[in-house]
Design a protein around this ligand. Structure first.
Ligand SMILES: Nc1nc2c(ncn2[C@@H]2O[C@H](COP(=O)(O)OP(=O)(O)O)[C@@H](O)[C@H]2O)c(=O)[nH]1
Ligand SMILES: [Mg+2]
Length: 244
C-alpha cells in the first residue's frame, strides 16, 4: 500500500520533471536546427586578395567561385618561387610543408581573381590533391634541383618523368583540368648550357607522351624563368586566357 502511495507521489512529482526535460530538449533541437539552417557567411573573394588560405575546402566558402590554378612538380622545381613572384613579393619562399592557396588578382590584360594552389613537391598526395582541384594545371619542371648550375641532369629528368607518371595514374578516371602548361623552369640556367636544345626537345617529348595518356587535354610547353619578369607576366596572360 505504502509502495503504491509512494509510487503515485513519485509519478506526480516525476511528470513535471520529465515535461521540463522534454521542453528543454525540444528547444535545444529547434535551436540547433535553426543554427544549422542559417547559411554560413560566405567570403567575397575581393575581400581576401593577397591572402593565403590553408585548405582547398576553404574555396567552397567563397561567395563567387574563382578559377583554380594548380602548380605541381617535383620538389625544388620553383613552384613556390613562382607564387612569390606572382604575389610581387620580394621574399624567397620557405620550403613548402603543406598545401596552401594564394588568392591573387592577375596582372594581365584582363585581370580577375584566381586561386593559386601549391603544395610540397616531395609529398605526392599533396601534389595529387592540387592537380585534382585545378581548373588549369601548371607542371613545373627543371634541368636540375639547384639554382645556379646549367648542367642538365639525367637523374633529375627521370625524376620528373616518374612524377608525371604517378600523377597521370592518379588522375585516370577522374575529372581534371582540360589544359596543362608545362614550364621548363630555370631557363636562366639551362639556357646557358651547350645542351639547351636537348632539354627543350625533352620537354616536347614529355608533352607528346603526356598527350597520349591524358587524351582530350590540351598541353602547352614553354621555357620559363622566375627571374624573368616577362615569363612571370606570361603566366598571368595564360591563366586569364585559358580560364575564360
Ligand atoms: N636559377 C633559377 N632558380 C630558381 C628559379 N625558380 C626557383 N629557383 C630556385 O629553386 C629553388 C627551389 O625553389 P622553390 O620555389 O622553393 O621550389 P618548390 O619546391 O618547387 O616550391 C630555390 O633555390 C629557388 O631560388 C628560376 O627560375 N631560376
Ligand atoms: Mg614549394
Amino acid at each position: 500500500m505504502g509502495g503504491i502511495i509512494l509510487g503515485g507521489v513519485g509519478a506526480v512529482l516525476a511528470a513535471p520533471i520529465a515535461l521540463g526535460a522534454g521542453v528543454l530538449l525540444a528547444a535545444g533541437a529547434v535551436g540547433y536546427a535553426g543554427v544549422k539552417a542559417f547559411p554560413e557567411k560566405l567570403v567575397d573573394p575581393k575581400q581576401i586578395v593577397g591572402n593565403r588560405l590553408s585548405s582547398i575546402g576553404e574555396l567552397e566558402k567563397l561567395s563567387d567561385s574563382i578559377p583554380r590554378v594548380g602548380i605541381v612538380g617535383s620538389s625544388s622545381s620553383g613552384k613556390s618561387t613562382l607564387v612569390e613572384k606572382l604575389m610581387q613579393s620580394a621574399n624567397a619562399p620557405e620550403p613548402t610543408a603543406d598545401v596552401y592557396i594564394a588568392i591573387l588578382r592577375s596582372g594581365g590584360a584582363n585581370p580577375k581573381i584566381f586561386a593559386l594552389i601549391d603544395g610540397a613537391g616531395e609529398e605526392y598526395p599533396q601534389q595529387f590533391s592540387v592537380a585534382e582541384a585545378a581548373d588549369l594545371l601548371f607542371i613545373v619542371l627543371d634541368h636540375n634541383e639547384g639554382d645556379s648550375d646549367a648542367t642538365i641532369k639525367k637523374t633529375r629528368l627521370d625524376d620528373h618523368r616518374s612524377f608525371i607518371k604517378q600523377l597521370t595514374a592518379f588522375l585516370k578516371g577522374k575529372s581534371f583540368a582540360d589544359q596543362f602548361v608545362i614550364l621548363l623552369n630555370k631557363n636562366d640556367n639551362w639556357g646557358r648550357s651547350a645542351n639547351a636544345s636537348d632539354f627543350e626537345s625533352w620537354g616536347q617529348e614529355v608533352k607528346a607522351d603526356l598527350s597520349e595518356v591524358v587524351q582530350g587535354t590540351r598541353i602547352f610547353v614553354r621555357g620559363h624563368s622566375n627571374w624573368d619578369v616577362d615569363c612571370v607576366n606570361q603566366f598571368w596572360t595564360e591563366a586569364e586566357e585559358k580560364t575564360q
